[in-house]
Each structure stands twice: as C-alpha cells, then as structure tokens.
Ligand binder design. Sequence first.
Ligand code: ZN
Length: 342
Amino acid sequence: MKASAIVAHGGFEGLRYIDLPDPQPSQKEVVIRVCACALNHLDIWLRKGIPAYRLELPHVPGSDVAGEVVAVGDGVTNVKVGDKVIVNPNLTCGECEWCRMGEDSMCDSFGIFGAKCWGGYAEYAKVPARNLIPMPENLTFEQAAAFPLTFLTAWHMLITRAGLKPSERVLVVAAGSGVGVAAIQIAKLAGAFVIATAGTDEKCERAKALGADAVINHSRENIAERVKILTDGRGVDLVFEHVGHEVFERCLASLAKGGRLVTCGATTRPTASFDIRFLFSRQLSIIGSMMGRTSELLTIVRLVSEGKLKPVIDKTFPLSEAVKAQEVLESRNFFGKLVLVP
Ligand SMILES: [Zn+2]
C-alpha cells in the first residue's frame, strides 16, 4: 500500500510517501480502506520525535480516520466487510482499574491510534474491531474523519473535567484550531457565553459564524484586558486553553474569582510561569485534561449525526501531499481541520 510515513525524526523531509506492506487483520482486528484521515498536532510531534512516543520507524501517523471495512479477523462480530466506519482513537486494555471505571484516557496502557500503532496516513489501516463506530450517514468521509479526536478532547475538557454550566462565560483560545472549532460549538450547545480568540480578522469572523458571542484578535488585542471589558471587569468563569507557554499567564489573568482554566496540548512551549499568590488569592483552579472517554465520543457521534455539532474542514490534500498538509498545520494559517484523502 501507499503511505505517507515517518522514516526519520526531524523536519518535513522525515515524512515520505512510500510503499509499505498491506496490513492483515489478526484476531478481533479489522482492516479498513482509509477514505479520509484528518491531521492533528500530535502528527507533528510524532514526526519531530518526543520522549512520550518511542516509535519504530517507519511509522504511519494519523489518528482520525474514516473508511470502509475490507477485511475482518477471526472473532469479529460488530462489523462486516463494506461497513462505513470511523475509528475511536482511544487504544485501551479494557481491563485495568481505570478502564473498568470508564476512564479510557487514564488506562494504564493508554495509547492513541496512529501513535501507539500505525494510523491513517495510508491506503489501509488495521484497527481493533472494538474501536470501530458506525459512520454517521449524514457525513462525507472527509467530515467523518474531521471530528473524533478534537471533539472528544474538547468535550472532555469543557463538560467532564471543567464541568461547564449554562450561562457561564468561557474563553476559547485559538478558535481556528481543530479543538477550538469543537470547543466553540460544544460550549454554545451547553448554553455558555463564548468569547473566542484568533490571530486574524478572517478567523474571528469564522469563529462568530460558528457561534462565538464575542471575539478577540489576539494579534493586536491583549486577551486579558479585552476579556475584562467584555465581562464588565469580572473575567470569565472558564478558560479553554491548549496553546501553553504563549498565552498561559494571560489566560489566568482573564479568569473571574473562583474561575477554572482547563488545559491540554501546549502547542507552543510546555512550560509556563505564573504568580502562585494570584492563583490562591483569587481561588482559581487549573485542570489538566487529555483525550476523553469512549462514552463521550458516542454522545458526540450522536450529536454530529443530528447536526447539532458540525465538523469544520479547511482543506483536503491527496495522501501523497502529507508534507504540504503538515506545513499548513504548522503555519497556523487555516481554520478547522486539514484532511488527507488517499
Ligand atoms: Zn486499561
């Protein structure tokens, strides 16, 4: 099969369009023909190489996949050849204490599809059968690939970890990112007042079109100062943050007393400094979050199939142009998801 695989860690030259053996399903596994695979920032970390993921090269990245079942291994009963499916990116043992509590992303051997095993930057992908979910009928393959990981991450952050309540005021940082477009929609669905930040006026307009009640162009406005103006000096109840170093302190400064900051990702630098006195005197909370539960993903799939949440695609690329797609992802010059089509 053709694949855009990581052959060496480092720059874009480490991602190459090459031939790899076709995958064969083992017991309780399925092979799907990949019809679309969305990019995530994780793909860039995998290419560059990070300690959390020790990869055997070549490695096929790609965590968000929609496709068609072409082969099933022994013992597979939940899908059959020809079924259109999406892939739940949570790879779990199903047996540890955390799995039994339904806390997938805390599984002792947790991994993400496309990181722990080969993913969707290829014509075919091998997937554990229990990770397949029927594809919503109202979506194209590209749309179906463009929501699982980011909507799951945003849902777990806003609803489960941060306990967002109706009428609360939320600041969504970097609205044009994959998790940003998900967070705006989820927060609106939850009844919140949403302030979104983006780096260009065009992205601010698109954030408004998605439902944001107010927008901040962070390339020329101070986020914390603007939030204070938009909230009559009070600040927001919740900050949805995934950029890290570049904005962390300003995000904390945007919080109302008793406010929460929920974070994942750290796409700029992973360290941040802040005044601890500011944290305790204003009784703030910083909440970590990563991926989410399969039960949450099933809720999201239902809401997407009902049209209440919508995947947002900026651009699609042929699989052979994965480098070009990753260049756009690193440039931040996009709104929503970038999708590869084999
Ligand atoms: Zn487990």
